[in-house]
Design a protein around this ligand. Structure first.
Ligand SMILES: *Cc1c(COP(=O)(O)O)cnc(C)c1O
Length: 369
């Protein structure tokens, strides 16, 4: 069984912990002695209600979500929230401020512009490799919110160690690809959202954490399924929620808790990413990560092989050799090229070490040719 499993470095949907998959298998035909699986149950049943509330409570506990925030289960993915954010937060404001540090925040700004005037706090500089100095940002307190992407999945850029300075405007954070990868500080935040399929479960579930005082500012045209107010009034049961997705996330949250919670998970993530970045930095430029060291992602490690510009032939060889060693989905995003190793929570230190071993072996084979 274990030998059939690939080491899956996919950027999302991504690897789930084996313990979670086995539990799902065990409960597939008969959940909790009810004689049906979770995905066959009514979302209005007492049993599903208990599962839903337990899942909300686990998110609150693990992330230390303050009492003045509501936790919602929605659909439409992170991309759906790109529209839902301005549809819910515009209120009487004219505009929203956007921090664009990569592909995802760029997409978010583009989508939001359909529903609110979007101002970028600096002109995005491509290629995306850093977060420009905060002192030079131009934004103001009249904005409905200040938007940022906590981890740019395509470019491997993560806001660290803290979130942007918001000057009393509610921060909106897209945490799709570093959800519960590290402890999270809700200070200054108004909305924190992400799809579950990178770190917390299956595609189809979008988790949205909203500060209560921001509820009720939705636009008249806001679809009910995208309305935070409507969703909160119905405890995320306005319509049929992604029941299977909520169940999967419930199991992943229990797994995180059993691992010791977010601090323990974070320390492990630092070790994993540190191992790979260490090899990159010690390779005399054979491996090259373009991202500013202060903002290197602990989730998505992006690098080129054969120098800064990348040697596509070598990169192809690297990926082929990785597949022969049971490792899959290491190809960088098509817009960036090179290699991307996504080291989400479910990736173990041992799996990361197998990648590290292959990187060292490959360097020996090809670095001095
Ligand atoms: C994957 C991702 C998204 C998009 O998620 P969908 O669920 O496909 O809409 C948005 N933001 C970030 C940072 C992502 O990694």
């Amino acid at each position: 069984m274990a030998s059939e499993r690939k080491i899956n470095f996919a950027a999302g949907p991504a690897k789930l912990p084996e313990e979670v998959l086995l539990k799902m298998q065990e409960e597939q035909l008969n959940y909790n002695n009810l004689g049906v699986s979770v995905i066959e149950m009514s979302h209005r049943s007492k049993e599903f209600g208990a599962l839903l509330n337990e899942t909300i409570a686990l998110i609150r506990e693990l992330m230390n979500v303050p009492d003045n925030f509501e936790i919602l289960f929605m659909q439409g993915g992170g991309s759906g929230q790109f529209a839902a954010i301005p549809l819910n937060l515009k209120g009487n404001h004219e505009h929203a401020d956007y921090i664009v540090t990569g592909a995802w925040s760029s997409k978010a700004a583009e989508e939001a512009a359909k529903y609110i005037k979007v101002k970028k706090v600096f002109t995005p500089a491509k290629p995306y490799v850093t977060v420009p100095d905060q002192e030079k940002w131009v934004h103001d307190e009249k904005a409905a919110y200040l938007y940022y992407c906590a981890n740019e999945t395509v470019h491997g850029i993560e806001f660290t160690p803290s979130s942007p300075e918001s000057h009393d405007v509610p921060l909106v954070a897209d945490v799709s690809s570093n959800f519960m990868a590290r402890p999270f500080d809700f200070k200054d935040h108004g909305v924190v959202f992400g799809g579950a399929q990178k770190n917390l479960g299956a595609a189809g579930l979008t988790i949205v954490i909203v500060r209560k005082d921001l509820i009720g500012k939705q636009q008249d045209v806001t679809p009910a399924v995208f309305s935070y107010k409507e969703m909160i009034a119905n405890n995320s049961l306005y319509n049929t929620p992604p029941t299977g997705g909520i169940y999967t996330t419930n199991l992943v949250l229990k797994w995180i808790k059993a691992k010791g919670g977010l601090q323990a998970i974070y320390e492990l993530n630092l070790k994993k990413s540190g191992l790979i970045y260490g090899i990159i930095d010690n390779s005399n430029g054979f491996y090259h990560c373009a991202v500013d060291k202060r903002y290197r992602s602990i989730m998505n490690v992006c690098f080129r092989i054969g120098g800064a510009a990348g040697n596509e032939e070598l990169e192809e060889k690297f990926i082929k050799g990785a597949v022969e060693r049971n490792m899959i989905s290491l190809k960088g995003h098509r817009s960036v090229g090179g290699i991307r190793a996504s080291l989400y929570n479910a990736i173990t230190l041992e799996e990361t070490q197998i990648l590290a071993t292959w990187m060292l072996e490959f360097e020996k084979l090809y670095a001095n040719q």
